[in-house]
Design a protein around this ligand. Structure first.
Ligand SMILES: [Zn+2]
Length: 534
Protein backbone atom coordinates (compact mmCIF):
# COMPACT_ATOMS: atom_id res chain seq x y z
CA UNK A 1 0.00 0.00 0.00
CA UNK A 2 1.23 3.46 -0.80
CA UNK A 3 2.15 5.64 2.14
CA UNK A 4 0.17 8.33 0.40
CA UNK A 5 -3.51 8.31 1.03
CA UNK A 6 -4.61 8.90 -2.55
CA UNK A 7 -4.87 6.68 -5.57
CA UNK A 8 -3.04 7.31 -8.81
CA UNK A 9 -6.08 8.84 -10.42
CA UNK A 10 -5.81 11.97 -8.30
CA UNK A 11 -2.12 12.53 -9.03
CA UNK A 12 -2.53 13.83 -12.53
CA UNK A 13 -0.51 17.04 -12.47
CA UNK A 14 3.23 17.33 -12.23
CA UNK A 15 3.19 19.83 -9.38
CA UNK A 16 0.94 17.52 -7.41
CA UNK A 17 3.39 14.68 -7.81
CA UNK A 18 6.27 16.83 -6.58
CA UNK A 19 4.32 17.92 -3.52
CA UNK A 20 3.12 14.39 -2.94
CA UNK A 21 6.66 13.07 -3.12
CA UNK A 22 7.78 15.62 -0.54
CA UNK A 23 4.97 14.64 1.79
CA UNK A 24 5.65 10.97 1.20
CA UNK A 25 8.89 11.54 3.04
CA UNK A 26 6.95 12.72 6.06
CA UNK A 27 4.78 9.66 5.86
CA UNK A 28 7.68 7.29 5.82
CA UNK A 29 8.65 8.79 9.18
CA UNK A 30 5.11 8.32 10.40
CA UNK A 31 4.99 4.75 9.23
CA UNK A 32 8.24 3.76 10.87
CA UNK A 33 6.71 4.45 14.26
CA UNK A 34 3.04 3.64 13.75
CA UNK A 35 2.81 1.35 10.73
CA UNK A 36 0.06 1.83 8.17
CA UNK A 37 -2.55 4.10 9.67
CA UNK A 38 -5.87 4.68 7.94
CA UNK A 39 -7.74 7.94 7.59
CA UNK A 40 -10.38 8.48 10.26
CA UNK A 41 -13.85 9.88 9.63
CA UNK A 42 -16.35 10.31 12.46
CA UNK A 43 -19.84 11.26 11.28
CA UNK A 44 -22.43 12.37 13.82
CA UNK A 45 -25.99 12.63 12.54
CA UNK A 46 -27.71 14.81 15.11
CA UNK A 47 -30.97 13.35 16.52
CA UNK A 48 -30.79 10.03 14.61
CA UNK A 49 -33.01 7.70 16.65
CA UNK A 50 -32.03 4.05 16.16
CA UNK A 51 -35.46 2.44 16.25
CA UNK A 52 -36.81 4.75 13.52
CA UNK A 53 -34.20 3.48 11.09
CA UNK A 54 -34.80 0.49 8.82
CA UNK A 55 -31.15 -0.40 9.53
CA UNK A 56 -32.45 -1.32 12.98
CA UNK A 57 -35.68 -2.95 11.87
CA UNK A 58 -38.08 -0.04 11.40
CA UNK A 59 -40.73 -1.12 8.88
CA UNK A 60 -40.62 2.14 6.98
CA UNK A 61 -37.66 2.18 4.62
CA UNK A 62 -35.87 5.17 6.13
CA UNK A 63 -32.24 4.08 5.66
CA UNK A 64 -31.90 2.01 2.48
CA UNK A 65 -28.33 3.15 1.96
CA UNK A 66 -27.16 2.29 5.47
CA UNK A 67 -28.60 -1.19 4.96
CA UNK A 68 -26.41 -1.52 1.86
CA UNK A 69 -23.38 -0.13 3.66
CA UNK A 70 -23.95 -2.56 6.55
CA UNK A 71 -22.89 -5.43 4.29
CA UNK A 72 -19.33 -4.10 4.34
CA UNK A 73 -19.45 -2.68 7.87
CA UNK A 74 -20.12 -3.69 11.47
CA UNK A 75 -23.43 -2.60 12.99
CA UNK A 76 -23.74 -2.25 16.76
CA UNK A 77 -27.28 -3.11 17.79
CA UNK A 78 -27.15 -2.07 21.45
CA UNK A 79 -25.23 1.17 21.16
CA UNK A 80 -26.02 4.07 23.48
CA UNK A 81 -25.05 7.73 23.66
CA UNK A 82 -23.53 8.85 26.97
CA UNK A 83 -25.85 11.84 27.05
CA UNK A 84 -29.11 12.91 25.41
CA UNK A 85 -27.91 16.49 25.05
CA UNK A 86 -25.97 17.59 21.98
CA UNK A 87 -22.84 19.21 23.48
CA UNK A 88 -22.00 16.66 26.21
CA UNK A 89 -22.82 13.71 24.00
CA UNK A 90 -20.52 14.96 21.25
CA UNK A 91 -17.84 15.68 23.82
CA UNK A 92 -18.00 12.04 24.96
CA UNK A 93 -17.70 10.82 21.36
CA UNK A 94 -14.72 13.07 20.67
CA UNK A 95 -12.84 12.73 23.97
CA UNK A 96 -13.60 9.14 25.01
CA UNK A 97 -14.65 10.36 28.46
CA UNK A 98 -17.92 10.58 30.36
CA UNK A 99 -19.72 13.86 31.00
CA UNK A 100 -18.50 14.22 34.58
CA UNK A 101 -14.92 14.07 33.36
CA UNK A 102 -15.09 16.25 30.26
CA UNK A 103 -17.16 18.68 32.30
CA UNK A 104 -19.53 19.96 29.64
CA UNK A 105 -23.15 19.82 30.73
CA UNK A 106 -24.79 23.11 29.83
CA UNK A 107 -24.54 25.87 27.26
CA UNK A 108 -22.27 28.02 29.39
CA UNK A 109 -19.85 25.20 30.12
CA UNK A 110 -16.56 24.59 28.42
CA UNK A 111 -14.76 21.37 27.74
CA UNK A 112 -12.28 20.62 30.48
CA UNK A 113 -8.69 21.43 29.59
CA UNK A 114 -7.62 18.10 31.05
CA UNK A 115 -9.21 16.04 28.27
CA UNK A 116 -8.08 15.84 24.68
CA UNK A 117 -10.29 15.77 21.61
CA UNK A 118 -9.83 13.55 18.58
CA UNK A 119 -8.53 16.58 16.67
CA UNK A 120 -5.95 17.34 19.34
CA UNK A 121 -4.90 13.72 19.57
CA UNK A 122 -4.35 13.00 15.89
CA UNK A 123 -3.55 16.45 14.60
CA UNK A 124 -0.42 17.35 16.50
CA UNK A 125 2.90 17.23 14.67
CA UNK A 126 4.64 14.07 13.64
CA UNK A 127 7.25 12.79 16.06
CA UNK A 128 10.82 13.65 15.10
CA UNK A 129 14.12 12.38 16.52
CA UNK A 130 14.59 15.74 18.25
CA UNK A 131 11.07 15.80 19.68
CA UNK A 132 9.78 12.24 20.00
CA UNK A 133 6.36 12.93 21.64
CA UNK A 134 5.30 9.26 21.73
CA UNK A 135 1.54 8.95 21.22
CA UNK A 136 1.17 12.69 21.52
CA UNK A 137 0.02 13.05 17.98
CA UNK A 138 0.55 11.42 14.67
CA UNK A 139 0.52 14.27 12.21
CA UNK A 140 -2.86 13.81 10.63
CA UNK A 141 -4.42 16.56 8.67
CA UNK A 142 -7.57 17.33 10.66
CA UNK A 143 -10.84 19.05 9.80
CA UNK A 144 -14.16 19.49 11.60
CA UNK A 145 -17.36 20.43 9.75
CA UNK A 146 -20.01 21.32 12.31
CA UNK A 147 -23.55 22.60 12.18
CA UNK A 148 -23.77 24.25 15.58
CA UNK A 149 -21.64 27.36 16.21
CA UNK A 150 -21.45 26.70 19.92
CA UNK A 151 -19.31 23.63 19.44
CA UNK A 152 -16.47 26.06 18.88
CA UNK A 153 -17.25 28.24 21.91
CA UNK A 154 -17.67 25.21 24.13
CA UNK A 155 -14.41 23.66 22.99
CA UNK A 156 -15.90 20.53 21.43
CA UNK A 157 -14.17 21.20 18.09
CA UNK A 158 -10.92 22.08 19.83
CA UNK A 159 -7.74 21.03 18.08
CA UNK A 160 -9.04 20.51 14.54
CA UNK A 161 -6.77 22.42 12.17
CA UNK A 162 -9.59 23.24 9.78
CA UNK A 163 -12.89 24.26 11.33
CA UNK A 164 -15.97 24.89 9.20
CA UNK A 165 -18.80 26.24 11.35
CA UNK A 166 -22.34 26.57 10.05
CA UNK A 167 -25.85 26.77 11.45
CA UNK A 168 -28.29 24.10 10.32
CA UNK A 169 -26.68 23.69 6.94
CA UNK A 170 -28.36 21.09 4.70
CA UNK A 171 -26.25 17.94 4.71
CA UNK A 172 -25.37 18.04 1.05
CA UNK A 173 -23.76 21.44 1.51
CA UNK A 174 -21.80 20.24 4.54
CA UNK A 175 -20.55 17.32 2.44
CA UNK A 176 -19.49 19.70 -0.32
CA UNK A 177 -17.47 21.70 2.22
CA UNK A 178 -15.84 18.52 3.46
CA UNK A 179 -14.83 17.39 -0.02
CA UNK A 180 -13.56 20.85 -0.93
CA UNK A 181 -11.17 20.49 2.02
CA UNK A 182 -10.30 16.88 1.31
CA UNK A 183 -9.61 17.50 -2.37
CA UNK A 184 -6.97 20.15 -1.72
CA UNK A 185 -4.13 18.97 -3.97
CA UNK A 186 -1.56 20.79 -1.85
CA UNK A 187 -2.03 18.57 1.18
CA UNK A 188 -1.75 14.83 0.68
CA UNK A 189 -1.33 13.83 4.31
CA UNK A 190 -3.51 11.22 5.87
CA UNK A 191 -6.54 12.86 7.37
CA UNK A 192 -8.93 12.74 10.29
CA UNK A 193 -12.27 14.47 10.10
CA UNK A 194 -15.46 14.97 12.05
CA UNK A 195 -18.64 15.87 10.17
CA UNK A 196 -21.69 16.88 12.19
CA UNK A 197 -24.92 16.70 10.17
CA UNK A 198 -28.13 18.34 11.24
CA UNK A 199 -30.67 16.86 8.82
CA UNK A 200 -32.77 14.67 11.19
CA UNK A 201 -33.08 17.42 13.85
CA UNK A 202 -36.18 19.56 14.44
CA UNK A 203 -38.02 20.95 12.62
CA UNK A 204 -37.67 17.59 10.89
CA UNK A 205 -37.20 17.34 7.15
CA UNK A 206 -37.31 21.10 6.97
CA UNK A 207 -35.05 21.10 3.99
CA UNK A 208 -38.01 19.91 2.00
CA UNK A 209 -39.37 23.39 2.35
CA UNK A 210 -36.77 24.49 -0.09
CA UNK A 211 -38.83 22.63 -2.65
CA UNK A 212 -42.20 23.28 -1.13
CA UNK A 213 -42.58 26.99 -0.87
CA UNK A 214 -46.37 27.46 -0.95
CA UNK A 215 -45.90 30.27 -3.42
CA UNK A 216 -44.47 27.87 -5.96
CA UNK A 217 -46.63 27.35 -9.01
CA UNK A 218 -47.78 23.84 -10.03
CA UNK A 219 -45.31 24.04 -12.90
CA UNK A 220 -42.45 24.76 -10.47
CA UNK A 221 -43.53 21.90 -8.24
CA UNK A 222 -43.64 19.65 -11.27
CA UNK A 223 -40.07 20.70 -12.05
CA UNK A 224 -38.76 19.44 -8.70
CA UNK A 225 -35.79 17.07 -8.96
CA UNK A 226 -36.99 13.63 -9.99
CA UNK A 227 -35.07 12.01 -7.13
CA UNK A 228 -37.13 13.89 -4.55
CA UNK A 229 -40.32 12.65 -6.12
CA UNK A 230 -39.12 9.13 -6.73
CA UNK A 231 -37.98 8.64 -3.16
CA UNK A 232 -41.40 9.61 -1.93
CA UNK A 233 -43.21 7.31 -4.32
CA UNK A 234 -40.91 4.41 -3.44
CA UNK A 235 -41.73 4.90 0.19
CA UNK A 236 -45.43 4.91 -0.45
CA UNK A 237 -45.12 1.51 -2.06
CA UNK A 238 -43.10 -0.02 0.75
CA UNK A 239 -45.02 1.43 3.67
CA UNK A 240 -48.49 0.69 4.97
CA UNK A 241 -48.44 3.77 7.13
CA UNK A 242 -49.71 7.17 6.03
CA UNK A 243 -47.53 8.89 3.48
CA UNK A 244 -44.54 11.01 4.29
CA UNK A 245 -44.94 14.67 4.89
CA UNK A 246 -43.21 15.35 1.63
CA UNK A 247 -45.95 13.62 -0.26
CA UNK A 248 -48.70 15.17 1.81
CA UNK A 249 -47.39 18.62 1.28
CA UNK A 250 -46.86 18.09 -2.39
CA UNK A 251 -50.42 16.98 -2.85
CA UNK A 252 -51.96 19.22 -0.24
CA UNK A 253 -53.39 16.96 2.44
CA UNK A 254 -51.95 18.78 5.42
CA UNK A 255 -51.68 22.39 6.46
CA UNK A 256 -48.41 23.88 5.44
CA UNK A 257 -48.05 25.73 8.73
CA UNK A 258 -47.73 22.61 10.88
CA UNK A 259 -44.22 21.64 11.78
CA UNK A 260 -42.63 24.57 10.12
CA UNK A 261 -41.75 26.42 13.29
CA UNK A 262 -39.78 25.23 16.29
CA UNK A 263 -42.57 26.24 18.66
CA UNK A 264 -44.77 23.48 17.31
CA UNK A 265 -42.43 21.10 19.09
CA UNK A 266 -41.07 20.93 22.63
CA UNK A 267 -44.49 20.39 24.11
CA UNK A 268 -43.32 20.63 27.69
CA UNK A 269 -45.80 21.36 30.45
CA UNK A 270 -43.95 24.56 30.99
CA UNK A 271 -44.38 25.76 27.45
CA UNK A 272 -47.97 24.60 27.21
CA UNK A 273 -48.99 26.54 30.29
CA UNK A 274 -47.54 29.71 28.87
CA UNK A 275 -48.59 29.41 25.29
CA UNK A 276 -50.98 26.61 24.37
CA UNK A 277 -50.09 25.20 21.04
CA UNK A 278 -52.25 26.54 18.29
CA UNK A 279 -51.70 26.11 14.62
CA UNK A 280 -52.13 29.26 12.57
CA UNK A 281 -54.42 28.65 9.62
CA UNK A 282 -55.59 30.82 6.78
CA UNK A 283 -58.63 32.11 8.69
CA UNK A 284 -57.83 31.72 12.42
CA UNK A 285 -56.06 29.05 14.45
CA UNK A 286 -56.81 25.62 15.84
CA UNK A 287 -55.39 23.43 18.62
CA UNK A 288 -52.69 20.88 18.02
CA UNK A 289 -54.12 17.39 17.43
CA UNK A 290 -52.99 13.78 17.41
CA UNK A 291 -53.00 13.93 13.63
CA UNK A 292 -50.44 16.71 13.86
CA UNK A 293 -48.27 14.50 16.03
CA UNK A 294 -48.44 11.72 13.46
CA UNK A 295 -47.56 14.24 10.85
CA UNK A 296 -44.50 15.37 12.81
CA UNK A 297 -43.42 11.73 13.15
CA UNK A 298 -43.75 11.44 9.37
CA UNK A 299 -41.62 14.50 8.99
CA UNK A 300 -39.03 12.96 11.31
CA UNK A 301 -38.85 9.87 9.10
CA UNK A 302 -38.51 12.11 6.08
CA UNK A 303 -35.51 13.77 7.72
CA UNK A 304 -34.00 10.34 8.46
CA UNK A 305 -34.38 9.39 4.81
CA UNK A 306 -32.78 12.65 3.79
CA UNK A 307 -29.89 11.87 6.14
CA UNK A 308 -29.50 8.45 4.55
CA UNK A 309 -29.26 10.03 1.11
CA UNK A 310 -26.67 12.52 2.36
CA UNK A 311 -24.63 9.63 3.78
CA UNK A 312 -24.81 7.87 0.45
CA UNK A 313 -23.27 10.89 -1.28
CA UNK A 314 -20.58 11.16 1.38
CA UNK A 315 -19.51 7.52 1.46
CA UNK A 316 -19.77 6.93 -2.28
CA UNK A 317 -17.83 10.17 -2.80
CA UNK A 318 -15.02 8.68 -0.73
CA UNK A 319 -15.23 5.44 -2.68
CA UNK A 320 -14.99 7.28 -6.01
CA UNK A 321 -11.91 9.11 -4.77
CA UNK A 322 -10.23 5.84 -3.76
CA UNK A 323 -10.29 6.92 -0.11
CA UNK A 324 -12.86 4.59 1.40
CA UNK A 325 -10.91 1.38 1.81
CA UNK A 326 -8.15 3.10 3.73
CA UNK A 327 -10.53 4.94 6.03
CA UNK A 328 -11.92 3.99 9.41
CA UNK A 329 -15.48 5.30 9.04
CA UNK A 330 -17.78 5.69 12.04
CA UNK A 331 -21.40 6.76 11.59
CA UNK A 332 -23.31 7.46 14.79
CA UNK A 333 -25.49 10.04 16.55
CA UNK A 334 -25.47 12.16 19.69
CA UNK A 335 -29.00 11.15 20.78
CA UNK A 336 -32.41 10.06 19.53
CA UNK A 337 -35.69 11.92 20.01
CA UNK A 338 -38.71 11.65 22.27
CA UNK A 339 -41.91 11.79 20.23
CA UNK A 340 -45.00 11.50 22.41
CA UNK A 341 -43.76 8.76 24.74
CA UNK A 342 -43.38 10.99 27.81
CA UNK A 343 -46.19 13.04 29.26
CA UNK A 344 -44.12 15.95 30.47
CA UNK A 345 -42.16 16.92 27.41
CA UNK A 346 -42.54 15.87 23.77
CA UNK A 347 -40.57 16.32 20.57
CA UNK A 348 -37.29 16.83 22.32
CA UNK A 349 -34.40 14.80 23.71
CA UNK A 350 -32.22 16.36 26.36
CA UNK A 351 -34.49 16.20 29.45
CA UNK A 352 -34.75 12.41 29.25
CA UNK A 353 -32.49 9.37 29.49
CA UNK A 354 -34.79 6.63 28.17
CA UNK A 355 -33.91 4.39 25.23
CA UNK A 356 -35.68 6.55 22.65
CA UNK A 357 -33.17 9.33 23.29
CA UNK A 358 -30.06 7.33 24.22
CA UNK A 359 -30.10 4.36 21.84
CA UNK A 360 -28.45 5.55 18.65
CA UNK A 361 -27.08 3.96 15.51
CA UNK A 362 -23.45 2.94 15.29
CA UNK A 363 -22.06 1.62 12.04
CA UNK A 364 -18.32 1.20 11.63
CA UNK A 365 -16.75 0.48 8.29
CA UNK A 366 -13.27 -0.75 9.05
CA UNK A 367 -10.49 -0.34 6.46
CA UNK A 368 -10.68 -2.93 3.67
CA UNK A 369 -14.20 -3.88 4.84
CA UNK A 370 -12.81 -5.92 7.73
CA UNK A 371 -15.53 -7.79 9.67
CA UNK A 372 -18.01 -6.66 6.98
CA UNK A 373 -21.59 -7.75 7.60
CA UNK A 374 -21.19 -8.40 11.34
CA UNK A 375 -23.87 -7.35 13.84
CA UNK A 376 -22.88 -6.86 17.45
CA UNK A 377 -25.46 -7.23 20.21
CA UNK A 378 -23.11 -6.52 23.12
CA UNK A 379 -23.84 -3.27 24.99
CA UNK A 380 -21.59 -0.40 23.99
CA UNK A 381 -21.58 3.39 24.12
CA UNK A 382 -20.03 6.53 22.67
CA UNK A 383 -16.99 6.53 24.98
CA UNK A 384 -15.95 3.28 23.30
CA UNK A 385 -15.39 4.98 19.94
CA UNK A 386 -12.11 6.75 20.63
CA UNK A 387 -10.56 3.57 22.14
CA UNK A 388 -11.69 1.77 18.97
CA UNK A 389 -9.97 4.38 16.80
CA UNK A 390 -6.88 4.05 18.96
CA UNK A 391 -6.80 0.28 18.63
CA UNK A 392 -7.13 0.41 14.85
CA UNK A 393 -4.34 3.01 14.69
CA UNK A 394 -2.14 1.03 17.08
CA UNK A 395 -2.14 3.75 19.73
CA UNK A 396 -2.72 3.50 23.48
CA UNK A 397 -4.04 5.84 26.15
CA UNK A 398 -5.03 4.62 29.59
CA UNK A 399 -7.07 7.76 30.31
CA UNK A 400 -9.80 6.81 27.85
CA UNK A 401 -12.86 5.65 29.79
CA UNK A 402 -14.42 3.28 27.29
CA UNK A 403 -12.94 0.21 25.69
CA UNK A 404 -12.36 -0.77 22.08
CA UNK A 405 -15.33 -2.25 20.27
CA UNK A 406 -13.12 -4.54 18.19
CA UNK A 407 -13.10 -7.22 20.89
CA UNK A 408 -16.91 -7.25 20.91
CA UNK A 409 -17.18 -8.21 17.24
CA UNK A 410 -18.19 -11.86 17.11
CA UNK A 411 -18.86 -12.04 20.86
CA UNK A 412 -22.38 -13.08 21.86
CA UNK A 413 -22.48 -10.51 24.66
CA UNK A 414 -20.15 -8.61 26.91
CA UNK A 415 -21.35 -10.38 30.02
CA UNK A 416 -24.42 -10.32 32.25
CA UNK A 417 -23.15 -7.41 34.35
CA UNK A 418 -22.25 -5.19 31.40
CA UNK A 419 -23.81 -1.76 31.52
CA UNK A 420 -23.75 1.60 29.77
CA UNK A 421 -24.09 4.95 31.51
CA UNK A 422 -25.43 8.33 30.56
CA UNK A 423 -25.91 11.78 32.04
CA UNK A 424 -27.91 14.84 31.13
CA UNK A 425 -28.84 18.18 32.63
CA UNK A 426 -32.04 18.70 34.59
CA UNK A 427 -33.38 21.41 32.37
CA UNK A 428 -36.99 20.98 33.41
CA UNK A 429 -36.45 22.04 36.98
CA UNK A 430 -34.23 24.79 35.74
CA UNK A 431 -36.76 26.25 33.31
CA UNK A 432 -39.64 26.07 35.73
CA UNK A 433 -37.88 28.19 38.33
CA UNK A 434 -38.75 31.81 37.42
CA UNK A 435 -35.70 33.13 39.21
CA UNK A 436 -33.47 31.03 37.04
CA UNK A 437 -35.11 32.19 33.85
CA UNK A 438 -33.20 35.40 34.22
CA UNK A 439 -30.11 33.35 33.56
CA UNK A 440 -28.95 34.83 30.26
CA UNK A 441 -28.51 38.22 31.94
CA UNK A 442 -26.76 36.66 34.88
CA UNK A 443 -24.51 33.84 33.74
CA UNK A 444 -23.82 32.71 37.29
CA UNK A 445 -27.30 31.27 37.66
CA UNK A 446 -26.81 28.97 34.69
CA UNK A 447 -24.28 27.03 36.68
CA UNK A 448 -26.95 25.72 38.97
CA UNK A 449 -28.43 23.45 36.35
CA UNK A 450 -29.07 20.02 37.81
CA UNK A 451 -28.20 16.59 36.51
CA UNK A 452 -29.65 13.16 35.93
CA UNK A 453 -27.64 9.97 35.56
CA UNK A 454 -28.63 6.53 34.37
CA UNK A 455 -27.39 2.94 34.18
CA UNK A 456 -28.68 0.65 31.42
CA UNK A 457 -28.06 -3.10 31.45
CA UNK A 458 -29.36 -5.72 29.02
CA UNK A 459 -32.48 -6.05 31.17
CA UNK A 460 -33.03 -2.88 33.20
CA UNK A 461 -32.73 0.88 33.22
CA UNK A 462 -32.36 2.93 36.39
CA UNK A 463 -32.43 6.75 36.34
CA UNK A 464 -31.40 8.91 39.27
CA UNK A 465 -32.36 12.58 39.44
CA UNK A 466 -29.63 14.00 41.65
CA UNK A 467 -31.59 17.14 42.54
CA UNK A 468 -34.96 15.60 43.28
CA UNK A 469 -33.17 12.57 44.80
CA UNK A 470 -35.64 10.37 42.98
CA UNK A 471 -35.18 7.04 41.22
CA UNK A 472 -36.94 5.44 38.27
CA UNK A 473 -36.51 1.72 37.59
CA UNK A 474 -37.71 -0.15 34.51
CA UNK A 475 -37.62 -3.83 33.65
CA UNK A 476 -37.04 -3.73 29.90
CA UNK A 477 -37.78 -7.43 29.45
CA UNK A 478 -41.47 -6.88 30.19
CA UNK A 479 -41.62 -3.14 29.57
CA UNK A 480 -39.32 -2.24 26.67
CA UNK A 481 -40.83 1.24 26.39
CA UNK A 482 -40.00 2.03 30.04
CA UNK A 483 -43.52 3.09 30.96
CA UNK A 484 -43.94 1.45 34.40
CA UNK A 485 -41.69 2.84 37.08
CA UNK A 486 -40.87 -0.03 39.49
CA UNK A 487 -39.15 2.16 42.05
CA UNK A 488 -40.24 1.12 45.54
CA UNK A 489 -39.49 1.94 49.15
CA UNK A 490 -37.69 0.09 50.47
CA UNK A 491 -35.98 -0.57 47.16
CA UNK A 492 -36.00 -4.03 45.62
CA UNK A 493 -32.79 -6.00 45.42
CA UNK A 494 -32.29 -5.14 41.77
CA UNK A 495 -32.85 -1.45 42.46
CA UNK A 496 -30.35 -1.52 45.32
CA UNK A 497 -27.78 -3.23 43.18
CA UNK A 498 -28.23 -0.92 40.19
CA UNK A 499 -28.31 2.25 42.27
CA UNK A 500 -25.10 1.36 44.05
CA UNK A 501 -23.41 0.55 40.73
CA UNK A 502 -24.63 3.83 39.25
CA UNK A 503 -23.43 5.94 42.16
CA UNK A 504 -20.10 4.12 42.34
CA UNK A 505 -19.57 4.71 38.65
CA UNK A 506 -20.34 8.40 39.02
CA UNK A 507 -18.19 8.95 42.10
CA UNK A 508 -15.34 7.01 40.54
CA UNK A 509 -15.03 9.31 37.55
CA UNK A 510 -12.47 12.09 37.74
CA UNK A 511 -14.41 15.36 37.80
CA UNK A 512 -13.40 17.66 34.96
CA UNK A 513 -12.10 21.12 35.65
CA UNK A 514 -13.03 24.28 33.79
CA UNK A 515 -16.72 23.54 33.59
CA UNK A 516 -17.89 26.97 34.60
CA UNK A 517 -16.42 29.18 31.94
CA UNK A 518 -19.33 31.47 31.13
CA UNK A 519 -20.17 32.13 27.52
CA UNK A 520 -19.79 35.66 26.29
CA UNK A 521 -22.76 37.79 25.23
CA UNK A 522 -22.33 36.95 21.55
CA UNK A 523 -22.46 33.23 22.25
CA UNK A 524 -25.56 33.59 24.41
CA UNK A 525 -27.21 35.69 21.72
CA UNK A 526 -26.50 32.97 19.14
CA UNK A 527 -28.17 30.43 21.41
CA UNK A 528 -31.20 32.65 21.92
CA UNK A 529 -31.50 33.33 18.21
CA UNK A 530 -31.49 29.63 17.47
CA UNK A 531 -34.17 28.90 20.05
CA UNK A 532 -32.04 27.22 22.71
CA UNK A 533 -32.48 29.90 25.34
CA UNK A 534 -35.46 32.07 26.05
ZN1 LIG B 1 -28.03 16.81 19.15
Amino acid sequence: MSPLRRGKATLGVGAGIVIAAALAGLWIKGRSQHGEMPNVLVVTCDTFRADRLSLYGASRKTTPYLEELAKESVVFDAFFANSSFTPPSHASILTGTHVRTHGLLWWDHKLSGSVKTLGERLGTPLPTPEKPQPNEGVGYRTGAFVNLPNFETMGVSRGFQKLSVATWLPGREATRNFFAWLDDPKDMRRWCSWIHYWDPHRPFAYREWQWLDPKKSPAEIAAMPPREKQRTLDLLETSKRPPFSFHEETFGTHELGVGRMEQHYNRSGDLQRKSPLFIPTASASRPFTEADDRYLADRYDGGALEMDEVLRELVEGLRTRGELDNTLLIITSDHGETFTERADEWWTHDPHLYDEVTRVPCLIRFPQKQHGGARVTALSSSVDLLPTIYEVLGLKDSELQGSSLVARIGAASNGPVAAVYSQTQNRKEFLEDPAREKGPDNPGTWRTVGTKISIRTATHRLIFDRDAKSFELYDLRTDPGATRNLHSAPPSQVEQELSSRLLEWFKGLPAGAGTEAALDDAALETLRKNGYLR
